[in-house]
Structures are given as structure tokens and as C-alpha cells.
Design a binder for this molecule. Structure first.
Ligand code: ZN
Length: 715
């Protein structure tokens, strides 16, 4: 057995330092370039990554961390878990990821407590598993051709099956994993990494038994490579002794989120994740060395706490960040350098401290009037029809808008010129919605590059990056802002756009804000500040904005919290505390509104079952929620809410235009479960990633379907 290299990372960004993969994917999907071009870009990015990691001095290079869409989808393909209906598609892989004209895509949801989205494997009793190891083998060979020996990374069997709710198929899937090990051994691979982040959650005795079975069986494969099981995003807890009792040679432990194991791991290699893969802050040498020193094992090697997928490429691409802040930051490349330095034991010095922050005390919020009183006041004031139609906020972000934003940044367009462009776009969006016959309009968010970044740009205490892209799903990336100091709102942010939109129409226009929990969830928050204190500062700023919108005559205000579920701690023991402060922050932000002002909230991918009480606790007058893509699973769960509800009837994450009959079907299902007077009709989420063509056709069908159901209600 060859010993584990002394430094490694669990994975690396793959979208490209200049988002080359994004462009190549979108060009291929749009029919503007052939498949070979996409594959060429992929190969180039893989080569670039291996070369850079080797140049930085990293010893253990991973492979198969590249993906054209998602590593969980790659694992499904590796195991042959491709549902029959996709097999005849022109490109089954992307058909599963994005759908086709006649085929809805697979479900997509968030990867543990990150903002990365994976494709949920669809595994039924009839799924026939059959190994197709071409991708991991191909990457091993490709790297070798470039002079690098690599460690292929694959999602492990337990996590894969838990994500697909099919742990009962363990016996079948293990056959494929065994074959994979044999194939990798034949290729001369020394180590293979199985990612098992699911092991940091609460696991039942049956699930722990599955861990034992899986790694005992894989450990028994003769002539196999050495096995490295990587856990991340928290403590292994009760999974650790189970794993340690199996023949796996190395165990990856997240020492940033979790603590050093008390157990003696003599006989094993511990891949110690002491450099955070989840944030952009420099690693404190003292803390990292202490964590390394506390591990008792036969060999301890230095690593990141998880894949670096969740951070941008390099701080070198951010010349305009303030030097004092820059000195506290590390992106992927800088983190690799930290890993290498720690492994070489020449990691010294200290990280400069951030400015002191005035932490608020325990949060307080005022109660709004009882819902019945609010609902009556709002109904009298707004006079909406039954089944009011609305959208979630954003309308398509056109190329012209993005170009205008780039032009104003480079100085080629004046601020006034830019603002005029935004106003023109608002007018277009209002007219489109009037033409379509929607009831509650939005201004379309054309001034926002991103629902969090925009607010971060207008709040003190945040910095934004120019190139700090992080993959969110498929070709989509976001640039999470950096929350580095005291947060406050120097002046109103959205009021002028909302009031401009309202001035153009007699229909009510909703004001659009991002909630405090989502703002912190989608930012890189200073790692030395407690999230619950930071979130209340943000809530105070949002509260001021709600008040200003209301004073400016905006009667409906939506405060989005799509990330409420995302921050939920993976272990049940910590969940209640989180939900308490998260809900309190939201109510702090919204409870200053008068009873007559209708507060909406919006959630998507929320897997709401675990946070139902919290969503209810937000006390919003109307909650719009993702539902179309998850097959309206959510309906029965939210039906107990006593306030307005808009389960999505249009899946906006796919380019497909749903027909009126399809929307009508979803709507009928909704009114079959919920009292009709509480139902709202809306898409699953904002429309900014779609084209006007798709959006207008889809919304016309939404309005038509609503008209049909309404007509029947009146009859
Ligand atoms: Zn959404």
C-alpha cells in the first residue's frame, strides 16, 4: 500500500477562472457550438487545475472532481441509474439535468447546507445498476498523460443512496462499486476517494449498519486501491467508530466545522480538513496546528475541510478589494498554498484581526395584528380577485441590461444613462404584465445583478468581488459578497424603483427585498462573528427598507427567504436554536409593517418538511413556494398554514414552456387541497434566468389556466 500523500484538497472549482465552462455549456445547449468544443473546454480546465495544484506544491491531486453539470448526476450515470424515459433523448445526461421539449428534468435540490444544487438521483425498485466507469477512468488516464497521478473522487454508496432515498438498494449498488474498484486497480490507481458527507448527519442504526456493510464489502475487494472515505460539513459523530471499524485506510474529517475525534484512530490515516473549503478567510496557523496536533492516528495529512468548489479561484483576480480586507482573505489557490505550507510545517505568522463589531443584544420584534385583522384590512385595500396571479420578482435579465451594467462600471455609460435604461426596462416589464393580465405586478428587478449582491453593494459592512464566482447549479454561478464589518443601511435602496414602477400602473406593484437570513446565507460571513448577531444587524437594515417602502405607498412587500432551509444545521440537536433566531430575524425585518400592508415571503428548494413550523412562524401574509418541479409534494405539508399560499405552478428552472392544461392541472390539485380563498397563482421562482419568449408564453398559460379555474368557481 502506498501511503497517502501529505497534502491534498477534497475537490476544486471547475467552472473555470473566467467561467469558461459556463460559456461553453451555454453555447453547446444553444446549438451554437458542437459537442467536441464543450469537451475541449472541459479537458483544458482539468489540465489547468492539475497543473496549478501541482505548481502550488500540492502532493495528492484529485481527479473526477470535474463535472459538466453535477457530481451526483455523474455518479448516477456511473452506476447506470438513468431513468428509462431519458435513454432515447439526444443527450440523456443534459436531458436529466435540464429537461427537453417533452421531458421534465430530474429534481434538483441543495447539497447539504450549501448553496450548491445537485440533481436528485431517481432510483426505483426497477432501477438496474450497471457500471459505466468511463468518466473516472478517462480522467485518471488524461491526468497521467499530463504527468500527474491522481486520486479519483466518487460520491460514496451510502450518501448516493440516501440522496436518492433508496438505501434499500445498497446490495445492488455495491456490486458496481466493487467493479469500479477492480477497474481502477487495473488502471494502477493507488487511492480512491469516496465522498460520504451524509455521515455527518444524524444516522439511524440501520443507516450505520449500511455504512458498515458498504465499507466492509468494498474493503474485501481483492487487489483494490486504498480507500479514503471523506466526510465533511460537520462531525462524524456516531459514524466515526463504525467507519473506523471497517478496512478503509483513510478517513477525512472536517476539523473546521467539527472537532478533533476523541477516538484513537491508530491504524488509519486521517485526512485532516483544517483549511476551510466553505469560507474565504485565511486560516489561523495557531488554530490549524492545534487541530492537527489533537488527532491521534497512524498518519495525519493536511487537507481542506471539504471541496474547494464552494469558493472562488483566486484573490489575485480582485485587485480593487481594500488592502486591509484582502490581507484577511484566501480563495481556492490561496487555500491550497495554506494546505501545502501546513503540511511542510512552515506555516507561521498570524492573520490580521478584523475591525471590531458592535454586536446587538438579543433580538426583539413587535407583533403585527392577528392575521384575520390584517387579511381584512388588506382585502379592503387591495381588492384582488380570487386566485390572484403574480410572479416572484425578477424578469429576464437581458444581454442589453448586463451590457449596460458593465458599461456603467467601466465608465462608458453615465449613472443617469444607466438609470434611464433601468427605468425603460421597468416600463417594459410593467407593460408585459398588464398585457398578460397578471393581478399583482413586480418591477422586474432589472437593477439587480443578484438578489443578495445588490443589497450588499448598498449596505455598509459588505464588500463585493469582481470575479469571485461560485457555482450554484449547472452553468449558474453567483458572487457571494463578503460580510466583513458592522452592517448598516446608509440610505434607501429599492424605494425609487418600486415607486417608479407603481407610477406606471393602477395595478398593485409588490416591493421586493431579500430577507436577512438569505443575505447572510449567501454571503461569506466573517468567521469570527456569530451568525445570529450578524443576521440581526442585517435584519435591522431590511426593516428600515420595509418602513421606507411602506411610507412611499407600496402596499405589498415581499421579503424573500429562499435560503431559510439551507442554513438549517445538519444535526437535529442544533436545529431549534437556529430556527429560533432565523425566524426572529425575519420578524424583526417585517414586523414594522402596518396591518394593511401585505407581507409576502418566498422560498424555493426548501424541502419544507423539516422547517414547516418555522415557515409558519415567519407570519407572512402570503408565502410563495417552489412546488412545480418537486411534483407538488409540498402541498399537503403546507396546507395547515392559516395564511395565503402560492405553490408554484411553473417550473422556471427548465427552459420548457408548460401548457395551459398542465398548469391548470397543478392549480386544480392546489385548490383541491387548500381553501381557495388562500391560494395564489405564481411561478416557482424568479424569471431572471429565462428568456422573454419563454416567460411570456408560460405566463400567458398561467393566466389562462387561472381564468378557467376561476370561471368554474363562479359557476
Ligand atoms: Zn426562488
Amino acid at each position: 500500500m502506498s501511503s497517502f500523500p501529505k497534502s491534498t484538497v477534497l475537490g476544486y472549482p471547475r467552472i473555470g477562472p473566467r467561467r469558461e465552462l459556463k460559456r461553453a455549456l451555454e453555447s453547446y445547449w444553444g446549438g451554437r457550438s458542437p459537442r467536441v468544443e464543450l469537451d475541449r473546454v472541459g479537458a483544458e480546465l482539468r489540465a489547468l487545475t492539475w497543473r496549478r495544484l501541482a505548481e502550488l506544491g500540492l502532493e495528492g491531486l484529485p481527479s473526477n472532481t470535474f463535472s459538466l453539470y453535477d457530481q451526483v448526476l455523474d455518479t448516477a450515470v456511473l452506476l447506470g441509474a438513468v431513468p428509462a424515459r431519458y435513454r432515447d433523448a439526444e443527450d440523456p445526461y443534459f436531458a436529466m439535468a435540464r429537461g427537453t421539449e417533452g421531458l421534465a428534468p430530474l429534481r434538483m435540490t441543495k447539497w447539504f447546507d450549501t448553496n450548491y444544487h445537485y440533481i436528485v438521483p431517481e432510483i426505483g425498485p426497477d432501477t438496474v445498476f450497471k457500471l459505466d466507469a468511463s468518466k473516472p477512468l478517462g480522467e485518471v488516464r488524461e491526468a497521467r498523460g499530463l504527468g500527474h497521478e491522481t486520486r479519483p473522487v466518487v460520491v460514496g454508496p451510502v450518501t448516493f443512496l440516501l440522496l436518492g432515498s433508496a438505501l434499500d438498494r445498497l446490495g445492488d449498488v455495491l456490486g458496481c462499486y466493487e467493479e469500479l474498484l477492480t477497474a481502477l486497480a487495473a488502471e494502477g490507481v493507488a487511492w480512491v476517494q469516496f465522498d460520504e458527507p451524509a455521515l455527518v448527519g444524524d444516522r439511524t442504526p440501520e443507516e450505520l449498519a449500511a455504512v458498515r456493510t458498504a465499507y466492509e464489502r468494498l474493503g474485501a475487494v481483492s487487489g483494490r486501491p486504498s480507500l479514503f472515505v471523506a466526510s465533511y460539513f460537520g462531525d462524524l459523530g456516531e459514524s466515526l467508530p463504525v467507519l473506523a471499524g471497517t478496512p478503509v485506510e483513510a478517513i477525512g474529517i472536517d476539523l473546521v466545522r467539527g472537532s478533533a475525534p476523541v477516538a484513537d484512530l491508530t491504524g488509519k490515516t486521517v485526512v485532516a480538513g483544517v483549511v476551510s473549503g466553505r469560507d474565504v478567510w485565511r486560516t489561523s496557523p495557531g488554530r490549524a496546528l492545534a487541530a492537527l496536533g489533537a488527532v491521534r492516528a497512524s498518519r495525519v495529512v493536511v487537507s481542506t475541510s471539504c471541496s474547494l468548489l464552494h469558493v472562488p479561484y483566486t484573490i489575485d483576480d480582485e485587485p480593487s478589494l481594500e488592502p486591509a480586507l484582502r490581507g484577511r482573505l484566501a480563495f481556492a489557490e490561496e487555500k491550497v498554498a495554506e494546505v501545502v505550507a501546513l503540511a511542510g510545517a512552515d506555516f507561521r505568522g498570524s492573520v490580521p484581526a478584523g475591525p471590531s463589531v458592535a454586536l446587538p443584544g438579543p433580538v426583539t420584534f413587535d407583533e403585527r395584528g392577528p392575521y384575520e385583522v390584517r387579511a381584512a384590512a388588506q382585502a379592503a385595500h387591495l381588492r384582488l380577485p380570487a386566485l390572484p396571479t403574480t410572479t416572484i420578482g425578477s424578469f429576464p435579465q437581458t444581454g442589453e441590461l448586463r451590457a449596460a451594467r458593465a458599461a456603467v462600471a467601466s465608465g462608458a455609460l453615465s449613472q443617469t444613462g444607466y438609470e434611464r435604461r433601468v427605468e425603460e426596462e421597468i416600463e417594459r416589464v410593467i407593460r408585459v404584465q398588464e398585457r398578460l393580465g397578471l393581478d399583482v405586478l413586480v418591477h422586474g428587478e432589472p437593477e439587480r445583478n443578484d438578489m443578495v449582491q445588490y443589497f450588499a453593494e448598498h449596505l455598509d459592512g459588505f464588500a463585493v468581488t469582481r470575479n469571485g464566482w461560485v457555482q450554484s447549479y449547472g452553468s449558474r454561478c453567483t458572487r457571494p459578497p463578503i460580510l466583513h464589518g458592522d452592517v448598516s443601511r446608509p440610505e434607501p435602496i429599492t424605494v425609487r424603483w418600486a415607486t417608479y414602477a407603481q407610477s406606471l400602473t393602477d395595478k398593485p406593484v409588490k416591493g421586493m427585498l431579500t430577507g436577512p437570513v438569505t443575505i447572510v446565507a449567501w454571503s461569506f460571513v466573517r468567521d469570527d462573528l456569530p451568525l445570529r448577531d450578524v443576521v440581526f444587524q442585517v435584519a435591522a437594515a431590511v426593516r428600515e427598507e420595509v418602513r421606507d417602502l411602506e411610507s412611499a405607498g407600496v402596499s405589498i412587500i415581499q421579503v424573500d427567504e429562499p435560503a431559510l432551509r439551507e442554513l438549517l444545521p445538519l444535526r437535529r440537536a442544533a436545529q431549534a436554536d437556529y430556527l429560533e433566531w432565523a425566524v426572529a430575524a425575519y420578524r424583526r425585518a417585517t414586523s414594522g409593517a402596518a396591518d394593511r400592508t401585505q407581507i409576502h415571503t418566498h422560498l424555493c428548494y426548501s424541502d419544507a418538511d423539516q422547517i414547516l413550523a418555522a415557515i409558519d412562524g415567519l407570519d407572512a401574509d402570503v408565502t410563495t413556494i417552489e412546488s412545480a418541479r418537486s411534483g407538488a409534494r409540498i402541498l399537503s405539508e403546507v396546507s395547515s398554514f392559516g395564511r395565503g399560499l402560492g405553490p408554484g405552478v411553473y417550473d422556471i428552472h427548465s427552459p420548457r414552456v408548460p401548457g395551459a392544461a398542465e398548469v391548470e392541472g397543478l392549480l386544480r390539485r392546489t385548490v383541491g387541497v387548500l381553501p381557495v380563498e388562500r391560494v395564489w397563482v405564481n411561478p416557482d421562482c424568479g424569471l431572471k434566468t429565462r428568456t422573454y419568449e419563454e416567460v411570456e408564453a408560460s405566463l400567458a398559460n398561467v393566466v389562462e389556466a387561472t381564468r378557467r379555474v376561476r370561471a368554474e368557481l363562479q359557476a
